[in-house]
Design a protein around this ligand. Structure first.
Ligand code: SAM
Length: 322
């Protein structure tokens, strides 16, 4: 069975890129009057505690969302060792890019004490993609969530039940890659799909490409959003290239945004042991992006780099095509 649990990674730099982009997409796509179907093929638990056991053990949020919005000290995390300091500290009074401001507003909505004080030590709850998506829906829209891990499925079900949103949001313990085709095309002919696997199984890379190719064939005008890790592995390297080919061959526009926070090189510690760097970078590939997304990310990505970059390899890319 799967060992990946998103709780260890909630609020890390990859979530910062993914969720900032997701919020910008949801905000734009829910402005229209026609119903939108949102399908989250790999939903996770929906909601995470930043002061819970998982997050504290990994401390990844310290190098992600806490660092991004540090107006004050992050909570003390005994097990986590913050790594190198940000090369260029962002000035405390810097005006946030609108997409990052929207991300901050979502976090404030879930963390009233943080909203009141601006103190990141009060940032206790972190929203996963289902909670972000749900926040933007109006009565006519639908959200379909899929999660295969039994524990995360149970947590997701409980977290969604608490929202009391009835049948607008459905949760199923099914394989998101397999089930997607059964929802396309959607009844109102407007859909956004988030495909965010853990990639713990090598075959996930190929399944993402196959699933997206099939989805675009079934419903060409949907907005398809794929998160992927940037790691030294051929499958990971090939995935954005394959997605670009899928988009261009079917005459669809695309956007690819990447955020690198540190070098991917292995290093050695004082004892001579090899130290793995952890995830150095990730990307968001969007097929049929709204025309506003590029400008939003163009403004937000340099601020992410300035605030989250850990060494001189930090940077971003933003490419698009039509
Ligand atoms: N999208 C979530 C978010 O942004 O908050 C995080 C999702 S996490 C990266 C990936 C999730 O996919 C894990 O919770 C894992 O258990 C689940 N998973 C793995 N394979 C799956 C599959 N074939 N179908 C559905 N869920 C799957």
């Amino acid at each position: 069975m799967f060992s990946y649990r998103h709780a260890f990674h909630a609020g890390n730099h990859a979530d910062v890129l993914k969720h900032t982009t997701l919020i910008a997409l949801m905000k734009y796509l829910t402005q229209k009057d026609t119903a939108l179907t949102v399908i989250d093929t790999h939903a996770g638990a929906g909601l995470y505690r930043l002061d819970g056991d998982y997050t504290e053990t990994s401390g990844e949020a310290l190098e992600g969302v806490f660092k991004l919005f540090q107006a004050a000290k992050p909570p003390a995390v005994p097990n986590a060792k913050p790594k190198a300091a940000t090369p260029k500290a962002a000035p405390a009074d810097e005006v946030l890019a609108p997409a990052l401001q929207d991300y901050l507003d979502v976090l404030r909505g879930l963390n009233p004490k943080f909203a009141e004080s601006g103190d990141v030590a009060q940032l206790k709850i972190y929203p996963g993609s289902p909670f972000i998506e749900q926040q933007f829906l109006s009565g006519r829209d639908k959200l379909k969530l899929f999660e295969l891990h039994p524990t995360d499925f149970k947590s997701l079900t409980g977290n969604i039940e608490q929202l009391g949103v009835g049948r607008q949001v459905s949760v199923a313990r099914e394989d998101g890659f397999e089930v997607l085709k059964t929802f396309l095309p959607p009844p109102a002919r407007r859909a956004m799909v988030l495909c965010d696997p853990s990639y713990e199984i090598k075959t996930d890379y190929g399944r993402v490409a196959t699933c997206m190719a099939d989805a675009v064939k079934r419903f060409a005008t949907g907005t398809y959003v794929v998160w992927y890790p940037i790691i030294p592995r051929p499958e990971a390297h090939d995935l954005p290239r394959k997605l670009k080919t899928i988009a261009t061959k079917s005459g669809r526009s695309w956007l690819n945004a990447t955020l690198t926070v540190k070098s991917s090189k292995l290093t050695t510690d004082e004892a001579g042991d090899v130290v793995r760097p952890g995830l150095p970078a990730s990307g968001m590939f969007v097929i049929n992006p709204p025309h506003t997304l590029k400008a939003e990310l163009q403004a937000a990505l340099p601020q992410m780099v300035a605030r989250l970059g850990q060494d001189r390899n930090a940077g971003f890319t933003l490419d698009h095509g039509s």
